[in-house]
Design a protein around this ligand. Sequence first.
Ligand code: ATP
Ligand code: MG
Length: 455
Amino acid sequence: MQTRQSPSPAETISDGRVTPSLRIIPRAEHGISRRQISAAALKVLYRLAEAGHAAYLVGGAVRDLLLGGSPKDFDVATDATPEQVQALFRNCRLIGRRFRLAHVLFGAEIIEVATFRAIHADPDDDREVVDGRVVRDNVWGTQEEDALRRDFTVNALYYGITDFAVRDYVGGFEDLIGRRLRLIGDPETRYREDPVRMLRAVRLAAKLGFVIDPPTEAPIARMRGLLREVPPARLFDECLKLFLTGHAVESFLGLERHGLIPVLFPETAQALASDREGKGRALILRALSNTDARVREDKPVTPSFLFAALLWPAYRAAAETRSAAGLDPQRAHQEAAQEVLSAQTRIVALPRRFSGPLVEIWGMQWRFERRQRRRVVALLQHPRFRAAFDFLALRREESAALAELVEWWEAAQRAGDRELADLLAAAAGSSEERKTRRRRRRRGRKREAGSAAEG
Ligand code: ATP
Ligand code: MG
């Protein structure tokens, strides 16, 4: 565990307030060069500065540049109001109501320009409402105040375009070198203000390979329940950042370590707890590792497939229970999918355009078992075939029969008419066996459990 070597410029005092002091890191002492900054961001910074405004790069971009990475987006902070920013750029849109921002557009690239804001004392009882509109978040402030309202010290560094120096009010530069995530101010207060910061801590630690500073880490165990009060749509956005930006495995392990899986995915957590062999967890990790590989290769990734995997252990258990109770596979599938998704979307709002394809991926799993010519041809032409087959392949390790099924469908996809006929004949043999087995079991009162979910 790392500890701080020397006091950082901003010390948290006992009542949780921060006494900031400014440290300026000159160009010669840091690695950020203008060549690493997008041309669009540079244009915005220069134009603001020429008009006499403060012009800084801030947040994740400065952090990632200092770490030698290439940021995916560049955020700018200024003392100009959104209207003043708009007056300077033809290609500028003002967005947001509670949190007004200027977006300057350069083709597909958007540079977000935010006015320095003051700290949020208590978001619940200290709001100013004008004409029914909350304006509290639009109280402009100084650069120092803007730094203090940010989450982690390493996210509160400012790179200035006039002197190329980095400004640090909270000890972020030192934390960056120590590779540690530390909340600005009193951690409990900051989590209460915005519980999503707990997920951001886990996500950024996973993404950057940083440790979470012990005082920032400790309250998560007792405060994680607060995440239940976060709007489900916001948790969905955060899930996409956790799992679809190239560090899904590390994020999942971090969430597990901090007891956050039961908060975000209670049904999954419950299913994993009673899955002694750990096959459900292994499937999730395989899915996440594939997702990370696809992100690295710039291949498309989809929330449907991701959630199909994250919720599979819960769905599978629910479908098995219903099959064992005698429901036919199609009904077992529909009811299980419905049950798992309606519980999950109360916490993380998965939009319908993703839950629809997800249910199809699940539903097609048991259709892979039925290998009569007509069904096979129909399935091969199904628009969701590829995703459903990739999912089947993830399940390969569930059983030997499933591994065989994956091989068979792999061959079926490549097969011409004649080879398909051979494959179908071979499958007919094995499915004949299966039918007899099933008939025998049915007679013995109990139906084969989990035919909807099992291979
Ligand atoms: P990423 O690389 O994943 O984009 P980021 O730090 O840039 O990480 P963003 O969500 O893009 O994350 O936020 C930009 C900046 O806004 C952050 O660096 C931080 O300064 C501030 N910020 C974002 N979310 C919060 C929050 N919940 N509370 C306080 N400050 C925040
Ligand atoms: Mg960002």
